[in-house]
Design a protein around this ligand. Structure first.
Ligand code: 13P
Length: 256
């Protein structure tokens, strides 16, 4: 059975009140999606309260970022992976394009965050993806290869057995301009082939999520791709009905 994962990345959105309502509605509607793994990634300050709200439910908890430092200490504003573990996080997003573009995270920093996450038992969700200019210059595969390779170099390919990859074309994030199912499938197949060239077994089991303007209307077609194992959902994860429809689209693939 395919192990679909649908992850909501709330980005810098939410409030105590809005989160409580969103989680309550999401949990209540998930009974119909029992074969899909569902994850929410709230801002760090809300991890504790959202963690309490999802405890005992099928919804898992993830963080959006973590420090690349080995040990806690004098790093103002940073959050160490051990703190995320204490908040019951199981997953953490690393290398989101907003972190890369707006906060200067290089491939090397992202690889260190990936390693830091795994060293603490967190499952990293490694985001990779090209900009529009890179796609138009035919550089998509080179960009994906470089971003993935930085992690493989630092952590070895075996580390991908305990990770998730998310293909998020930058031009599709928050723009309403989704990759076509074919574009997504091609990129996912390329990423899986990159891993397979080193270890076929790890590649076959690797979950590759698609992210970028996924909504209730396009999720089914995207998730039908043989190399698309779920989604990393931004804007639509803030609306319970939309998010639940996306989870249901993944569930429909499993039971098809
Ligand atoms: P949108 O779904 O809002 O396009 O965001 C995608 C994303 O960046 C998820 O991490």
């Amino acid at each position: 059975m395919r192990r679909y994962l649908v992850a909501g990345n709330w980005k810098m959105n939410g409030s105590r009140q809005a989160n409580a309502a969103l989680v309550e509605k999401t949990v209540a509607g998930l009974a119909r999606c029992s074969d899909v793994e569902v994850l929410v990634c709230p801002p760090a300050v809300y991890l504790e309260s959202v963690g309490q709200a999802v405890r005992g439910t099928p919804v898992r908890l993830g963080a959006q970022n973590l420090s690349d430092r080995d040990a806690p200490g004098a790093f103002t504003g940073e959050v160490h992976g051990a703190m995320l573990r204490e908040m019951q996080c199981e997953y953490v997003i690393v290398g989101h394009s907003e972190r890369r573009a707006l906060y200067g995270e290089t491939d090397e920093v992202v690889a260190r965050k990936f390693r830091a996450a795994q060293s603490l038992g967190l499952t990293p969700i490694l985001c990779v993806g090209e900009t529009l200019a890179q796609r138009e210059a035919n550089e998509t595969e080179a960009v994906l290869e470089r971003q993935l390779e930085a992690v493989v170099q630092l952590c070895e390919v075996a580390a991908l057995a305990r990770a998730v990859v998310a293909y998020e074309p930058v031009w599709a994030i928050g723009t309403g301009r989704t990759a076509t199912p074919q574009q997504a499938q091609e990129a996912h197949a390329f990423l899986r082939a990159q891993v397979a060239s080193r270890d076929a077994r790890i590649a076959a089991a690797l979950r590759v999520l698609y992210g970028g303007s996924v909504n209730s209307g396009n999720a089914a077609a995207l998730f039908a791709g043989p190399d698309v194992d779920g989604g990393l959902i931004g804007g639509a994860s803030l609306k319970a009905d939309e998010f639940l429809s996306i989870c249901a689209a993944a569930q429909a693939q499993v039971t098809r």
